[in-house]
Design a protein around this ligand. Sequence first.
Ligand code: MN
Length: 219
Amino acid sequence: MKKDRAQRDDLSHFGRLAEYNRKRHFGVTPEPQGKLGRPNRKTLEFVVQKHRASRLHYDFRLEHDGVMLSWAVPKGPSTDPANKRFAMQTEDHPIEYNQFEGVIPEGEYGGGTVMIWDRGTWEPEVDDVEKALAKGDLKFKLNGKKLCGSWVLVRMRPRQWLLIKHRDTAASEEDITAAKPRSAVSRRSLAGIARKAGATPRQLAQAQEADRSAAIPAE
Ligand code: MN
C-alpha cells in the first residue's frame, strides 16, 4: 500500500526531504511536514532526540544545507573518547524537527516517544562540510547543554558511521546519557512526555521502562 502511494505521489519537489515525507502520514503523526530550510545559515543548529521507537536510540542531527543530517545512535553519544558509538545514517530531517518533542502514533514510522535530549549549535572543524561527508570524516564542535567540545563522525561502510568524542576539556568518563537523562527543553522524562501527549498504555509502559533503565523514578 505504502509503495503504491510512493509511486503515485511525486515528492521530488521536496528535494532532500522527499524520503522524510514519503515515510510519514501527516494527517496522523504530529511531526512537522518536511520543508527545506534556508541553506548556509551563519549559525548551525544541532539536536539529539531520545527516541523510544521499537527500541531506545538517540537521533543525532546536524544542520547542513537547509536540512538536518541524521544518524540513529543506539547507545547514544558518549563523552568518553574511548567509546566509539555506532551511528546509522538515516533520512535527512527538516530543521523544524528540532522543536519536536512528543509521541508518534503506534503503527506510524518511528512510532513512540521523542524527547529533545540536547540541542545547541555546531561548527564544522573542516573547510568544506560537503567534501568531509563525501570522504566520510567530519570533524566538528558542539555547543549544547550536555554535549560540548570537539567530536568526529567517521564512516565505516555506506551509511554506517562511528560518533567519537575527541580528547579535550569537554571529554569525560561520566556516562552522560545516564547522568542527564531528561529533556534539555522541558526537563521531562520520556514517561512525562508520553503521558502529556496521550500515548497508548503500551507506549507509556515502554517510555517508563526506558526511564527506569536511565534511573529516572517512575512518573
Ligand atoms: Mn529515531
